[in-house]
Design a protein around this ligand. Structure first.
Ligand code: 2NL
Length: 336
C-alpha cells in the first residue's frame, strides 16, 4: 500500500512538472483527488490493511495526499505566472484596444468650417474676452444708453458692472482700437443673453462676426462676401437676399436670408413655406463707431455682419431643437 502511494506520488510529480495548461492540471486533480481518483480509492482500501500497518499507511496516505495537493497548486501557480492557460491571463498576441477618441462638437465643426471659408476670402481670426466692459460691448458700438439690450433682464451683469458679452463685436472694437485699417477679421465665439431656453433660444450661443474696413468698401462687397459664404457652405444653388433692418452699429443695416436649403426655395416646413431662411444681420459700419475707435469716417468705410453658429448647425444637420446641442448626450453627439 505504501509503495502504491509512493508510486502515485512519483507519477504525479512528473505529470505536474509536464503540465502545459490548466486542463492538464485539472486532469491531475481529477485522477488523484477526484471522487473516482486514486486517493479516494486507496482510502476505501484502508480497511483491508492489517492493524499493525495501519498507522504507518495512514501517515503515508495523508502525507501523499498533501503533497499532491501542493503539486497541483504549484503547477497552477506556475502556469498563471507564465501567463498562459488560465482564463484571466493576458494574451500578449492580441492587438491593442483603441481609445475611443470622440470628435469635435457640431458647433465647433460649423465654426471651424465658417472660419475656413472666410480665411479663403482673406479674413483672419480675432479673439477676445467673454467678460467685457459696457464700453466695448455697448457704448463703442453706438448703442444708446436706453437700448433694451442693456437691461439686466437681457444681459448678465457682474457686481463690478462688467458683463458677459452679448455679441462678439467688442472683439472687433478692440482690434480697431489697436490696429490701423485696412482690417479684415472674423470673430467667432460664445456670447450670452438672458433668455429662457427653448427650441431656438439658449442662455448662451455662438456667433461669428465679420468686419471689413478699407477705402471705398460698399454694400456690393458685403453682398458678394455673403453670397460666397452661402455658396461655400451650402452649395452653388443657394441664393441670398437682403432686407432692410436697423442696428445701432450699422447704417444702412440689413437682415439677410438664404434660399431654403431643404426645398431650394419652393416652400417647406423648415422655411415655413416662405422659401427663405433667416440667417443673420449685417450692414455698413456706422460712422459713429469709426469715430469711437479713432478712424476717420470720411476716409474709411466698412461692412460688418454677424450670425449664429447654432442656426447654421441646425440647418446643416437638420437639428430640430437647439437644446440638444448642449445636453452632451453621446447618443446625440455620436451622429455627427
Ligand atoms: C446678428 C447681427 C450684426 C454686426 C453684427 C458689427 C461690429 C462692428 C461694427 C458694426 Cl465692430 N457692426 N457687427 C453688424 C451687424 C449685425 O449681428 O443678428 N447677429 C446674430
Amino acid at each position: 500500500m505504501i509503495e502504491k502511494i509512493n508510486q502515485a506520488l512519483a507519477d504525479a510529480e512528473r505529470r505536474a512538472g509536464e503540465a502545459a495548461d490548466a486542463a492538464a492540471v485539472e486532469q491531475l486533480r481529477i485522477d488523484y483527488l477526484g471522487r473516482n481518483g486514486l486517493f479516494p480509492a486507496i482510502s476505501r482500501e484502508m480497511g483491508q490493511v492489517p492493524p499493525e500497518e495501519r498507522r504507518e499507511t495512514g501517515c503515508a496516505f495523508n502525507a501523499g495526499r498533501g503533497k499532491i495537493q501542493e503539486l497541483i497548486e504549484n503547477a497552477a501557480a506556475r502556469l498563471k505566472a507564465a501567463g498562459s492557460g488560465s482564463g484571466d491571463a493576458i494574451d500578449l498576441t492580441l492587438p491593442g484596444r483603441r481609445w475611443k477618441a470622440g470628435h469635435k462638437h457640431p458647433i465647433t465643426m460649423l465654426a471651424d468650417e465658417c472660419v475656413a471659408v472666410f480665411r479663403r476670402m482673406g479674413f483672419i481670426v480675432a479673439e477676445g474676452p467673454e467678460i467685457e466692459d459696457i464700453y466695448h460691448n455697448f457704448d463703442a458700438l453706438n448703442t444708446p444708453a436706453d437700448h433694451p439690450s442693456r437691461d439686466p433682464q437681457d444681459t448678465f451683469y457682474f457686481a463690478d458692472g462688467r458683463i458677459l458679452r452679448t455679441q462678439t463685436s467688442p472683439v472687433q472694437i478692440r482690434v480697431m482700437e489697436s490696429h490701423q485699417p485696412p482690417v479684415r477679421i472674423v470673430a467667432p465665439g460664445r456670447v450670452f443673453r438672458r433668455d429662457t431656453p427653448d427650441a431656438t433660444h439658449g442662455m448662451n450661443f455662438h456667433q461669428i462676426e465679420g468686419l471689413y474696413v478699407d477705402r471705398g468698401v460698399s454694400m456690393a462687397d458685403l453682398k458678394s462676401v455673403l453670397q460666397t459664404f452661402a455658396t461655400e457652405m451650402y452649395g452653388p444653388k443657394v441664393k441670398i437676399r437682403l432686407r432692410p433692418h436697423f442696428f445701432p452699429f450699422t447704417e444702412p443695416s440689413v437682415e439677410y436670408d438664404f434660399s431654403c436649403i431643404m426645398c431650394g426655395g419652393k416652400g417647406c416646413p423648415v422655411c415655413k413655406h416662405s422659401g427663405w431662411i433667416e440667417i443673420a444681420g449685417a450692414g455698413m459700419v456706422d460712422p459713429a463707431v469709426f469715430a469711437n475707435v479713432g478712424y476717420d469716417p470720411e476716409e474709411w468705410t466698412g461692412f460688418a455682419f454677424g450670425m449664429g453658429i447654432e442656426r447654421l448647425a441646425m440647418l446643416r444637420y437638420r437639428i430640430p431643437d437647439l437644446r440638444l446641442l448642449y445636453e452632451n448626450d453621446v447618443r446625440f453627439l455620436e451622429q455627427f
